[in-house]
Design a protein around this ligand. Sequence first.
Ligand code: GLU
Length: 473
Amino acid sequence: METINVRTRFAPSPTGNLHVGGARTALFCYLQARAVKGVFILRIEDTDLERSTPESVQAILDGMRWLGLDYDEGPYYQTKRFGRYAEVVAALLEDGKAYHCYCSKERIDALREEQMKAGVKPRYDGHCRDDAEPVKGVKPVVRFRNPLEGDVIFDDLVRGRISISNGELDDLVIARPDGSPTYNFTVVVDDMDMGVTLVIRGDDHINNTPRQINIYRALGAGLPEFAHVPMILGGDGARLSKRHGAVGVLQYRDDGYLPQALLNYLVRLGWSHGDQEIFSLQEMIDKFDIRDVNRKASAFNTEKLDWLNQQYMKNLPAGEVAQHLAWYFERAGIDPAPGPSLADLVSVQADRVKTLREMTDQSRVFYENFNEYDAGAARKHLRPVAEQPLRAIGGRLADLAKWDPERLNEAVRITAEELGVGMGKIAQPLRVALTGTAISPSIDKTLWLAGRERSLARIRRALEYVMARAAAN
Ligand code: GLU
């Protein structure tokens, strides 16, 4: 591949969210451009006016931004280029490389039916190819005059050599009766005008490529290289779809995944470098080559994504993870000000949860008061026998010079020793007192996160509860 002036583009149709398949294509385009200091272009293919929505455009832009896939050019919008497409259609008509077709829908439908019956692939029969008479009152479509002879051959960077006979292609419609252009045509005009040198896209487009190559040739344009990447499958081997759960990139954000983890997950879907699993973005840029992408489809595996997400939560600087976490706090309506710093929180919680959302849910008690104890936890641990340990630890904690995990751990240990009980006899009632539940980080870290005042107040409250319970018996 040329290493100078490489230009790639990601060209989504805004007919839904940016889904993980699209995001992976975008990542591959991005990496391939960055690897050779080329240019990465974003183009919104919004010519399908009925199915394209401004919300989808926004979701694509938001998804790209969240993933950090910054583009050098664009977003270009096809709807802003209708004038240009019309100009190219006119030029092709002028050169006899395209023609008006007046065939009625009825005729095309009947033809198709006949061909299906005869067991041949439905294709236009060229009825209007040679000097069709205009039909009164009929607005014609414009068809591309596909060569009749020869083969289209190209070397796909992922799929290898692909060859198809022109005999199998028909004269495709490039402009509808209202003049609006069709996908296979606009994509060629755009890639040509935008100087795209490498087209990376899903292999659901592979059958379009020979048609597009013929259009490039008719326009006298040089061909880009092509790389068709395989689909992403669900766990059941079918093409990944909503049915399999989350497919939208922003859904993964909302569910609490770090963009770094999702990118890392996506790059490994169909690409590998030895047995390395974790790649920083820079490592991806350094090591990625589209030619190394596997031609077989790969299946989406949420457990692996979870694992990666946890690796990133644990191993990125806590302050960086905290910046992401702040977004989830805001969404959950938790004010982080009256609690521990989010970086401290991350350092404790990262290896206990799979997502930032879980982290948020499980950390609320360090920032806000809770109303009730979990019934089972209170029944088991806030019993009258808990009074003495809670009083003892409460007293010792009140006198503690410094509130750090080491000293807190020591305080619990010494209290247990003094009372001649195991650490658990102190830690469990204390945990329920502090968090309302029997599940939390280690007791020293739980105390540390809860902070001195909040911890002491909650111990007092638990004591009241325990005593009221004793009195009620
Ligand atoms: N707009 C097309 C799609 O979203 C992609 C076209 C291309 O990459 O050539 O499927």
